[in-house]
Design a protein around this ligand. Structure first.
Ligand code: TYD
Length: 141
């Protein structure tokens, strides 16, 4: 079984302002490897058509780093390091929430039409997930 990388804190998760190009004919935002995110991008996926009142996430990652962006609409991310919790609202397509490894996260409060872009540091690997909250707390001891 993989170890959780680092003894991370919710304070290591931060909202990053993304490069944005405002023009009269519309806006454009760019994310590149290492800029402004601290990892190379291996995978991108997105959540959409989320029914009202539903939540997503409910797990931690052992080594995966992610940047979450509300490219449309809004949602909240509840971050939990086993000791402290923080709720972050994402509602701007030019802001991304960096989530470091070892953080339990729940995504909720999705607006109608919300799209969550997930930019990830690695390919999908179920062994990287901790899906049981008590196992997560045990991993933090
Ligand atoms: P999960 O990461 O638990 O979704 P969320 O955190 O958004 O609630 O993934 C949901 C399902 O999709 C799960 O069965 C695994 C699968 N999945 C893939 O096959 N590939 C992927 O890249 C991801 C992120 C999920």
């Amino acid at each position: 079984m993989k170890e959780v990388i680092g003894n991370s804190s919710v304070d290591f998760c931060k909202v990053i302002e993304l490069d944005k190009h405002h023009h009269a004919n519309g806006n454009l935002t760019v994310v590149e490897n290492q800029s402004p995110i601290p990892f190379d991008i291996k995978r991108i996926y997105y959540l959409y058509d989320i029914p009202g009142g539903e939540s997503r996430g409910g797990h931690a990652h052992r080594s995966l780093q992610q940047l979450l962006v509300a490219i449309s609409g809004s949602f909240d991310v509840v971050l939990d390091d086993g000791t402290n919790q923080r709720r972050v609202t994402l509602n701007r397509p030019y802001q991304g929430l960096l989530i470091v490894p070892g953080i339990w996260r729940v995504l909720d409060n999705f607006s109608s039409g919300a799209v969550c872009l997930c930019i990830a540091s690695d390919h999908y690997d179920e062994d990287d997930y901790i899906r049981d909250y008590q196992s997560f707390l045990d991993s933090r001891k």
